[in-house]
Design a binder for this molecule. Structure first.
Ligand SMILES: Nc1ncnc2c1ncn2[C@@H]1O[C@H](COP(=O)(O)OP(=O)(O)OP(=O)(O)O)[C@@H](O)[C@H]1O
Ligand SMILES: [Mg+2]
Length: 241
């Protein structure tokens, strides 16, 4: 473990992202503790997961547009200034040997940077531009992620099939056994099952609470849906009329 906690002690009251419920809750609460090598950040669309992950990445020294700490490309500055206000507590005496910040939206730009830096060899030998979205992401996790790393991933499932998610789970477990730490924003009931993980769910009021796997909304709702898809569809479509 490298990151122990984030806190937001002093922050403006207004303007994006400081007026988001989750940011207010973070400022008014006691911060977020990373208790386990894998922290999964869950919550509905728009609850603020990407905003938080990106701010943690900026505070930890990653390029806000994604990649390793060595990546410095910038196509369009869209990151918020939350990262500059976060206080990040590191575990004493522990420094990651490597790391990666995967943004949900910008893997394409990261792929271009990998080509331009001439480091395709560290990513499985084939340019990510010549692989499918999921293939290039799994190349990244298998070839570029390594022991003792800090990995911040925003919705890695966006690229992956269910099989791909299962392969990622196995890779995460391997890297955790080798001293890595992950913070992952996800909607995937498969990734939420990650062993040795803490699930932090952002509620409607912005408060972030720890939940068990079975109580995580993405898991409970998917389970209800899969138990009887037609029943849920009928109910939803009726509600629509
Ligand atoms: N530049 C911006 N200016 C104003 N509001 C913004 C800006 N960027 C994002 N937001 C708002 O901030 C909120 C949190 O967005 P964020 O992307 O962090 O959500 P999320 O939890 O990652 O959602 P999703 O699950 O859809 O990825 C959203 O309501 C979004 O509309
Ligand atoms: Mg997001």
């Amino acid at each position: 473990m490298f990151l122990a906690e984030i806190r937001l002690d002093v922050a403006p009251d207004e303007g994006h992202p400081f007026d988001l419920p989750v940011v207010r809750a973070l400022r008014d609460g006691r911060g977020l503790r990373f208790r386990t090598p894998v922290t999964l950040l869950a919550g509905d669309n728009g609850s603020g997961k990407s905003t938080l992950i990106e701010a943690i990445a900026v505070a930890a020294g990653f390029n806000p547009e994604g990649g390793t700490t060595a990546f410095r490309f910038a196509t369009r500055a869209t990151e918020s200034s939350l990262g500059e206000h976060l206080t990040l507590s590191r575990v004493a005496g522990r420094k990651p040997r490597t790391g990666f910040f995967l943004r949900a939206e910008s893997f394409y730009n990261v792929a271009t940077e990998i080509e331009q830096l001439g480091v395709v060899g560290s990513y499985g030998g084939v340019s990510p531009h010549e692989r499918s979205h999921g293939e290039s992401f799994l190349d990244l996790a298998v070839h570029r992620f390594g022991p003792g790393g800090l990995y911040l991933l925003d919705e890695p499932e966006a690229a992956l099939s269910v099989n791909g998610c299962l392969a990622l789970l196995v890779r995460i477990a391997e890297l955790v056994a080798q001293g890595s730490q992950f913070v992952i924003a996800t909607h995937s009931p498969v990734l939420l099952a990650c062993p040795e993980a803490t699930i932090l769910e952002i509620g409607g009021d912005g408060r972030i609470g720890e939940v068990d796997y079975d109580r995580a909304e993405a898991v409970a709702l998917t389970r209800t849906f899969l138990a009887d898809p037609q029943r849920m569809l009928r109910r939803l479509l009726q509600d629509d009329r």
